[in-house]
Design a protein around this ligand. Structure first.
Ligand SMILES: C[S@@+](CC[C@H](N)C(=O)[O-])C[C@H]1O[C@@H](n2cnc3c(N)ncnc32)[C@H](O)[C@@H]1O
Length: 258
């Protein structure tokens, strides 16, 4: 379901790259369903790279899917692909892959390469990346598979005028994300699409975050150290901002959580 949703969001492409391909499931699904003509499956680690090659051979797709060993977008030349997919990794790793000088070159080819992303954690960082990189969020969906909730998003490059490279400002921007106010951070965490659509999966996610923060709050209140005492206002601020957003979006009052 997770990779099928990603494949649906990708739609039809001539050639795309799957970074961190492992068993090459996404490129195989894309080729076998007729949605892609060619794919490049990149792996940084030797073991998964061998698994990628074997899976491609077993599917008899060596003429359509090429396995390459290397870090992130390094093995991809500028102009080779019209879309880059990255699934099953944390958003911090995705951020690092997408903000190198070489990534700037690869992603600015064809007037803007699209992205299909499925971050395992910190999806908000990818939505922040979309804003900073002048991408339009075409899809931002939640998929539940095997009892786990996954975030799957498609970002299209806005083509007019924004050629600015991210790599020179990557560290500064990453630090700026951490300095966002709790309210801004929550908006990125849940995403404008999910908030606009009042997505039930987003509400479930919000309730989990409230429960987790309340648990931390209770633990800190019983803690004796100066460090635990100093963290209480930080957690309270995060909780207040989250409840404000839940109230605005789903019209659920704060009292419902106490
Ligand atoms: C959990 S697997 C996900 C596999 C597949 N994309 C999926 O979603 O089912 C993550 C893979 O990403 C690879 N990986 C991690 N960092 C990478 C990087 N910088 N460049 C290329 N591959 C990377 C790992 O070796 C691992 O095989």
């Amino acid at each position: 379901m997770r990779l099928e949703t990603l494949a649906q969001q990708i739609g039809h492409v001539k050639c795309f790259a799957d970074i961190g391909s492992d068993h090459a499931q996404l490129p195989i699904v894309m080729i076998e369903s007729g949605r892609a003509q060619r794919a490049i499956a990149v792996e940084v680690a030797k073991g998964p790279y061998e698994a990628t090659r074997e899976a491609i051979e077993q599917a008899w797709l060596q003429d359509r899917i090429e396995a390459r060993l290397g870090n992130g977008l390094d093995p991809i030349s500028s102009g080779e692909v019209e879309l880059v997919a990255i699934a099953g990794m944390g958003a911090q790793t995705m951020w690092e892959i997408l903000t190198t000088p070489h990534a700037d070159e690869v992603l600015s080819a064809h007037g803007g390469v699209s992205l299909a992303l499925q971050p395992m954690a910190q999806g908000g960082l990818m939505r922040y990346f979309a804003v900073q990189g002048h991408y339009q969020v075409a899809y931002d969906q939640r998929v539940v598979a095997h009892g786990l909730r996954y975030e799957v998003m498609r970002l299209n490059k806005r083509t007019r005028g924004e050629k600015e490279a991210l790599a020179p400002r990557a560290l500064e921007l990453r630090a700026a994300y951490d300095r966002l106010s709790p309210y801004e951070k929550w908006r990125f965490t849940f995403g404008e699409h999910g908030l606009r659509d009042r997505c039930p999966h987003v509400l479930a996610h919000m309730k989990e975050e409230v429960a987790a923060l309340q648990q931390i709050q209770n633990r800190l209140r019983t803690g004796q150290t100066e460090r635990s005492k100093s963290r209480i206002p930080v957690i309270e601020e995060e909780l207040a901002a989250l409840m404000e957003l839940i109230g605005e979006t789903y019209e659920i009052p704060r009292s419902a959580f106490y």
